[in-house]
Design a protein around this ligand. Structure first.
Ligand code: CMC
Length: 390
């Protein structure tokens, strides 16, 4: 038509209006519904922030109590769905398990799929918030070859999640409050980040009027890539390789700068933040405190700090405005908590779930929403005649 502009990777194109999250990438500002990420992380809990993102305001104590209660009472998975885990190899990546199981949820809850019925959307919302952590913990247990535990409704959201991951049937599980607080804070830092790749995926799938479970399942797969949520796993793999190879941090950075085999400094750089990532600052603060509290001394944290120092003093990174992002230090903390590397991106997904839901719902009730359908610039051959000599 002559009207199409090419914007590869959507660097300059807004796909939607949104009232949920504000980012100023030059100033390193992130706000949820107007509240700074620093204030939210210091004062709220995961479910409180979920309410804020989804419904637009901070909940009253009564509203939060009711919400928390509902989430606690939807945590059970259907016994048949529990058997679903046995159909997958124990070596399955937990992100694939998570996405497949969320997709499977839609087959159990056909009564709540209608995107045009607000009560059903509400029910799907609660079901997802309640069941995703349970699915995640079962993916973890499956990989370990350990028995699944029933959710414990007497525990808070995060404590229940910790017990499902680290408890066993043989002995009682004591939640470590330091771990619980730290995990809650990390989840909050991940709850929303406006139109990143996974959230845009959730909105795009939702724009077809596909149900919430289908949209979230697609979002989980989009998050799994190493340039997005998968970066937290990739950072730990990178740090481990540096440690095991004995290569100096300086030498590794030289290889990154030379773009040797396309190697990147994982956990560095961001499409929007060009000064610093405010979440990374908060995570770094946590890293030292949490590791000290847990009595863990991890040489990988020292390698990460050295990498940061070398990179921040190097023209390659300065010129390209590459700084540590949220994924740079989270892995070291998750590892100290006892999570295997392959669970890191799953933790990101649990964190991001409220944001995905809030964004899907915002789009779903907006009468201006149209099916997402990008244009292309065709650069293939002109019309050719048939038959051809082959
Ligand atoms: N290490 C080395 N070089 C990099 C890196 C990096 N981590 N990130 C960007 N660059 C270079 C890139 O090679 C390019 O250089 P040149 O101009 O010479 O070609 C320049 O910086 C611009 O990079 P880009 O790929 O055009 O930037 P982008 O905005 O498309 O990509 C990014 C953003 C986050 C995908 C990228 O910085 C990256 O791959 N980082 C590593 C993966 C990562 O940590 N991802 C997590 C992002 S934050 C949480 C999340 O969203 O899930």
């Amino acid at each position: 038509t002559g009207l199409t502009t090419l914007d590869q990777g959507f660097v300059n194109t807004a796909s939607t209006k949104s009232e949920i999250t504000y980012i100023d990438g030059d100033e390193g500002i992130l706000r949820y519904r107007g509240y700074s990420i620093e204030d939210v992380a210091a004062n709220a809990t995961y479910l409180e922030v979920a309410w804020l993102l989804i419904y637009g305001e901070l909940p009253t104590p009564d509203q939060l109590g009711e919400f928390d209660d509902k989430v606690r009472h939807h945590t059970l998975l259907h016994e048949d769905l529990k058997r679903f885990f046995s159909a997958l190899p124990h070596t399955a990546h937990p992100m694939s398990v998570l996405s497949a199981a969320v997709s499977a949820l839609s087959t159990y809850y056909e009564d709540s799929l209608d995107p045009h019925d607000p009560e059903k959307v509400e029910l799907s919302t609660i079901r997802l918030l309640a069941k995703l952590p349970v699915i995640a913990a079962y993916a973890h247990k499956k990989a370990l070859g350990q028995a699944f535990l029933y959710p414990d409704n007497s525990l808070s959201f995060v404590d229940n999640f910790l017990k499902l991951n680290f408890g066993n049937l043989a002995e009682p599980y004591e939640v470590n409050p330091v771990l619980s607080k730290a995990l809650d804070r990390l989840l909050i830092l991940h709850e929303d980040h406006e139109q990143n790749a996974s959230t845009s995926t959730v909105r795009l799938v939702g724009s077809t009027e596909a149900n919430l479970f289908a949209s979230i399942s697609a979002g989980i797969q989009a998050l799994s890539g190493p340039l997005h949520g998968g970066a937290n796993e990739a950072v730990l793999t990178m740090l481990g390789k540096i440690r095991d190879s004995g290569e100096s941090v300086e030498k590794f950075v030289e290889r990154v700068k030379a773009k040797e085999d396309g190697v990147r400094l994982m956990g560095f750089g961001h499409r929007v933040y060009k000064n610093f990532d405010p979440r990374a600052r908060l995570v770094k603060e946590s890293a030292d405190a949490v590791l000290a509290d847990l009595g863990v001394n991890d040489p990988l944290l020292d390698i990460a700090k050295q990498l940061e120092e070398v990179a921040l003093g190097d023209d390659y990174f300065v010129e390209r405005k590459l700084y540590p992002n949220v994924d740079f230090y989270t892995g070291v903390i998750y590892k100290a908590m006892g999570f295997p590397t392959r669970m890191f991106t799953v933790l990101f997904a649990i964190g991001r779930l409220p944001g995905w839901i809030a964004q899907w719902r915002e789009s779903n009730v907006d009468p201006k929403t149209k099916i997402g359908r990008p244009q292309q610039l065709y650069v293939g051959p002109d019309a050719r005649s048939w038959p051809v000599d082959r």
